[in-house]
Design a protein. Structure first.
Length: 226
C-alpha cells in the first residue's frame, strides 16, 4: 500500500529540522535537496552569529571606557545650541529720559509759532489751542534744514497770507502743513503779486501786499531775525 503524499512530506521534514537544530555534520546524511536548503540557512546563521559577536565586542569595549556617554539635559542642550548672546541686563528705571528742548519766547521759532496761532485764531476762532513748543520745534527744524524757509520774515509773510485766505486757512493749521504746501502757497502769492503790479496806478493796496506788510511788521516788532 502506497504512503500518502502528506506522510512522505512529513518524513522529509524530520531530517531537515534535525539538521538545523544540531547544526553539525549530520546534515551530510540528508539527501541533496535537504542539503542545499540547509546550506542556505547555515550561511545566514553564520552571518548573524558574526554580527552578534561583533556587537558584543563593541559593547565590551564601550564598557571598559565607562559606557555610553550621558545625554545632556534640557538646560545643557539649550546652553550648548544657543547661538544668541544674552543681552546685558539693564535697569529701565536707571535710564534717564532725554529732556525735551524748550524754545525761548524770544527765539525765531517760538515767535513764528505764536504768530501763526494768533493769525489763525483771528480767522478761525474755534481753533484748538496748539502746543506752542511743538510748533516751535517744527519751525526750528524748517528754519535750519529747509532752504525755502530759512528766512523768518518770509515765512511770516507766507503764514499771514495762507492763514488769512478763505481756502488755505482751513487747510494750513500747523507748521507741518505749512511746510508741506509751501511751494504751492508761495506760487499763489507770487501770482497775486504779479496781478497787483499790473493793476493801474493809484489803485488801492492789494490784499497780498497788505498781508505781506502786516506779517513783516509783526515779526519786526517781535524782534524776529535779530
Amino acid at each position: 500500500m502506497r504512503e500518502s503524499k502528506g506522510s512522505v512530506k512529513n518524513k522529509q521534514q524530520i531530517p531537515l529540522v534535525t539538521g538545523l537544530a544540531e547544526h553539525s555534520d549530520t546534515a551530510r546524511d540528508c539527501n541533496l535537496t535537504l542539503a542545499a536548503a540547509f546550506a542556505f540557512f547555515k550561511k545566514r546563521f553564520e552571518a548573524d552569529q558574526e554580527a552578534y559577536e561583533s556587537k558584543c565586542q563593541k559593547n565590551r569595549e564601550s564598557g571598559e571606557m565607562g559606557g555610553r556617554p550621558k545625554k545632556a539635559n534640557g538646560s545643557e542642550k539649550s546652553k550648548r545650541f544657543s547661538s544668541k548672546p544674552k543681552k546685558a541686563d539693564t535697569d529701565k528705571r536707571s535710564k534717564a529720559k532725554t529732556p525735551c528742548q524748550v524754545f525761548a519766547e524770544n527765539s525765531d521759532s517760538f515767535r513764528l509759532a505764536v504768530f501763526m496761532r494768533d493769525t489763525l485764531k483771528t480767522n478761525v476762532p474755534t481753533l484748538k489751542e496748539p502746543d506752542l513748543q511743538k510748533w516751535a520745534k517744527d519751525f526750528d527744524v524748517a528754519l535750519r534744514n529747509d532752504e525755502r524757509m530759512k528766512e523768518p520774515r518770509f515765512v511770516a509773510q507766507v503764514i499771514k497770507w495762507a492763514c488769512s485766505d478763505s481756502f488755505w486757512r482751513a487747510n494750513i493749521q500747523s507748521p507741518g502743513k505749512l511746510r508741506e504746501k509751501f511751494d504751492q502757497l508761495t506760487a499763489k502769492m507770487e501770482s497775486e503779486a504779479a496781478k497787483a503790479r499790473a493793476s493801474p496806478p493809484g489803485k488801492s493796496q492789494s490784499p497780498l501786499e497788505h498781508n505781506r506788510n502786516v506779517g513783516m511788521a509783526v515779526i519786526e516788532c517781535a524782534g524776529c531775525g535779530d
